[in-house]
Design a protein around this ligand. Structure first.
Ligand code: PMV
Length: 334
């Protein structure tokens, strides 16, 4: 069998309407629909090589070999790809192991959604390496099996992920390309250490909070408001719903069993500062993932001022700026 290899790149995404909790934990079928923006400039580059001489899957992340739970998760994902290959009869043996080498140009595991760009790039590279020819929807669905939010990093720009009825129908698609609206995500990095409770465990306890049912029931309304704000480029309407939605997700996290409190004092300081700035006319709002860092979503005109102001807030270690980014794609040139 010839050696099969491919390289792909994907961007992380920031959810404007959050996904939290699964209807089906194993298949990562979400409890609610979500909406996100890909982050240009922040990139995961992943090379996959299926090699018959390997005795197990190998994962190299940012130059270091990963074993244990991280490699097992990637191995289980590759099993899905190998199953697809059997279905389509593209690989000569059902169990050919792969070497996966992945690099992020941003800190992993700190609420910057490296799992989203990671599994999106892996889905594109692994399927291409085997010779599978999957559509964008099929790639998005495949990426979802690795990490729910990864399905939103496959299409470009502003992306919606409806809950879907089942495994086949739960995938994300673009509602507007990256150049539709020059929104900027100015990320205040407060802690870049790996988070203690990852989102997979977090999703599993979402239903222990009595607030989750109310959040899920009202998510479609917030999604509709956010979608029309994006399509109409209405920043005030977007800011209102983005902040409320993030706070609702964190209310669920904080009140679940065990309680998940991702915020640090500087997280709250940034949130309060941005509310004040917006009241004084700066087009900016905040959203926070499963980590302490704060994503300040703002207009392109406000971005420099926002970055300047964030840098002097005590506890903000670094500021990263990203515009709306494109889809995951193959990079045969790398
Ligand atoms: O895809 P996961 O399992 O890492 O979950 C992502 C969850 C949040 O980032 C907190 C919200 C979201 O919609 O991205």
């Amino acid at each position: 069998m010839p050696v099969h290899q491919a390289t792909a790149q994907a961007h992380p995404n920031i959810a404007l309407i959050k996904y939290w909790g699964n209807r089906d934990q194993a298949l990562r079928l979400p409890s609610n629909p979500s909406l996100s923006m890909n982050l240009d400039g922040l990139t995961t580059t992943t090379q996959v090589e299926f090699d018959p001489s390997l005795k197990s899957d190998v994962l190299i992340l940012d130059g270091r070999e990963v074993t244990g739970a991280g490699r097992e998760r990637v191995g289980r994902f590759l099993d899905q790809v190998r199953d697809l290959c059997q279905t389509f009869e593209v690989l000569e043996t059902s169990k050919v192991y792969a070497r996966v080498e992945s690099r992020n140009n941003f800190p992993a595991g700190a609420g910057l959604a490296s799992s989203a760009s990671g599994f999106a790039a892996l889905a594109v590279a692994a399927s291409a390496a085997t010779g599978l020819k999957l559509s964008e929807a099929e790639l998005s669905r495949l990426a979802r099996l690795g990490s729910g939010s990864a399905c939103r990093s496959v299409p470009g720009g502003f992306v919606e992920w409806p809950s879907g009825a089942d495994d086949r129908s739960s995938f994300a698609y673009s509602i507007a390309p990256a150049d539709h609206w020059d929104l900027v995500d100015v990320v205040a990095l407060i802690d870049v250490e790996h988070k203690s409770v990852g989102s997979t465990e977090g999703h599993a306890v979402a239903d222990t909070s009595p607030l989750q049912a109310a959040r899920v029931a009202t998510a479609p309304d917030r999604l509709a408001q956010a979608r029309s704000a994006v399509l109409g480029r209405d920043f005030a309407a977007l800011a209102d719903v983005v902040e409320r939605d993030s706070l609702m997700m964190h209310a669920v996290m904080i009140t679940s069993i065990p309680s998940l409190m991702y915020w640090q004092p500087a997280t709250i300081a940034v949130m309060q500062a941005v509310v004040q700035w917006r009241a004084n006319g700066l087009a900016a709002c905040t959203t926070i993932d499963a980590g302490p860092n704060v994503h300040v979503i703002c207009s392109a005109e406000a971005a420099d001022e926002v970055a300047l102001r964030l840098r002097v807030i005590p506890g903000v270690r670094q500021v990263i700026t990203a515009r709306a980014g494109g889809p995951a794609r193959l990079r045969p040139d790398l």
